[in-house]
Write a protein that binds this ligand. Structure first.
Ligand code: GDP
Length: 468
């Protein structure tokens, strides 16, 4: 996502930043390039026009042209404008002055908070219901998932299976349960209001069970039609959800934005969830949806797995587009996997030179849970672009894991035991080359040696050692 757009933005801005002084016509030229890049990324025509118009006005109005570092100032203006386009800074609670994070709108007191999910068939609505339940479970909430998509019979079973998966696979102090009335599937289509009844019953059950959040997976269609909208309006009137989210597929570009507009006209949405953000789309939907519908993107789906859901933050995405990386999201991902105590304990072990292959394996597993190597490294400033054409090999981690798994407990504790015959055994057991095993042991020796050495130094020495 955004690779091409990033390149074009950087190119246009680099031309400006190289100059000691820039003129209005330089800025106009650069904006012409940006406008083209936005249109190529499938951004709505009017949105691209107004974006470039705004940047131009600000650049001229703010007397950037006379500034000492006009290039830097231009980057700031473009960054601010991109944030605005993507939905603006996170909203702030007028009473407390605190930032309202997506999670804050997800539960109101007293519960249950009702979230109604809508979207066209195939947009990823049902999967996103499961991901949201996992997101809430991690935050300690109890969730009920209601199968109100009776249009597609398999959707009821899909949601039930997803519920079981979230319960089994997502670690968290919350809980997830399923509500469904599979016998109503047959009645659907013959009588208006069957899905509405299911939602009403689910709300009763959610109150009885005292769950924090009820998520309604409503019907999808291939196209927007009056029957679908009628049903969604009736569900809305019957259970009065706190939040209505529309799930749209980033891969469908302008179509996604058009359907968001149509849904919003009929249903007064609260927010949008953009799925398939991990795919190779051009990014137009993300950049147009707020301008066209006035509704913010709240979450993005970044893969098919249950934990591939991220909160959407306009400032972080703008940073990624401008090639400035997204360190904040990276750190958050790391914090999700490793607690502070764990990190401290590990640091201590490293300092004492007691790091074992077992620790190393654990680290690898945590790293893998954070996402693909490419997506992680892409969050580092300047790295995303460099990685564009490189096929980063997650299999390398697979191989390393297999090698460590083939070691005995004693070997994992003390790699010095690994003589040639043991290395041969391990390479056979893990289906790798013996030289892979040797390379891993050598790398591991180096890391544990270095970390022990560093622990003995003061902070400043440590920094300069790293630079050398
Ligand atoms: P629904 O008809 O809207 O309920 O769609 P589903 O939830 O069944 O999803 C349709 C397909 O999209 C499934 O194959 C999902 O695995 C896939 N999908 C959903 N979200 C994402 C995402 O964020 N990234 C990717 N790559 N695939 C997704």
């Amino acid at each position: 996502m955004f690779n091409n757009l990033s390149d074009k933005f950087e190119g246009a801005l680099r031309k400006l930043s190289g100059k000691g002084k820039i003129s209005e016509s330089n800025v106009r030229e650069a904006m012409e390039e940006v406008r083209e890049a936005l249109l190529e990324a499938d951004v709505h025509y009017e949105v691209a026009e107004s974006f470039c118009g705004n940047v131009l006005n600000k650049a001229v109005g703010a007397e950037v042209l006379d500034a000492v570092e006009p290039g830097q100032q231009m980057i700031k203006i473009v960054n601010d404008e991109l944030i605005e386009l993507l939905g603006g800074e996170r909203s702030v609670d007028p009473e407390t002055g605190q930032i309202i994070a997506p999670e804050h709108i997800m539960y109101v007191e007293p519960g249950p908070t009702v979230l109604m999910m809508s979207g066209l068939q195939g947009s990823g609505k049902t999967t996103t219901c499961g991901k949201l339940a996992g997101y809430l479970k991690k935050k300690g909430k109890s969730v009920m998932l209601c199968a109100a998509d009776l249009q597609r019979p398999a959707a009821v079973t899909q949601l039930q299976v997803l519920t079981e998966q979230v319960e089994a696979e997502v670690e968290g102090t919350g809980s997830v349960q399923f509500y469904g009335e599979p016998d109503k599937v047959a009645a659907y289509g013959e009588a208006v209001g069957v899905a509405v009844d299911v939602c009403r019953n689910a709300l009763k059950a959610a109150k009885r069970e005292k769950v924090d959040v009820l998520i309604l997976d409503t019907a999808g269609r291939l196209h927007i039609d009056e029957d679908l909208m009628g049903e969604l309006r009736r569900v809305n009137a019957a259970v009065m959800p706190h939040q209505i989210f529309l799930v749209i597929d980033a891969m469908t570009g302008q179509d996604a934005v058009n359907s968001a507009k149509a849904f919003n006209d009929q249903l007064e949405l609260d927010g949008v969830i953009l799925t398939k953000f991990d795919s190779d789309t051009r990014g137009g939907a993300a950049l147009s949806v707020k301008s066209v519908t006035g509704k913010p993107i709240r979450f993005i789906g970044v893969g098919e797995k249950l934990d591939n859901l991220e909160e959407f933050h306009a400032d972080r995405i703008a940073s990624r587009i401008l090639g400035m990386g997204d360190i904040v999201s990276l750190v958050e991902k790391a914090q999700e996997q490793v607690s502070e105590e764990e990190a401290m304990a590990l640091q201590e072990k490293m300092a004492k030179g007691q790091l074992t292959m077992e620790d190393f394996l654990k680290q690898l597993k945590q790293l893998r849970r954070m996402g693909s190597m490419k997506s992680l490294l892409g969050m580092l400033p300047g790295v995303g672009k460099a990685l564009k054409d490189i096929d980063l090999d997650d299999k390398q981690i697979d191989r390393t894991e297999a090698i460590i798994n083939s070691m005995t407990k004693a070997e994992r504790k003390d790699v010095k035991l690994l003589d040639n015959s043991r290395r041969r055994r391990i390479s056979r057991g893990s289906g790798t080359d013996q030289k892979d095993v040797s390379q891993l042991v050598k790398g591991f020796d180096m890391i544990s040696g270095m970390s022990k050495q560093m622990a003995g130094m003061g902070a400043m020495n440590r920094l300069s050692a790293m630079k050398n």
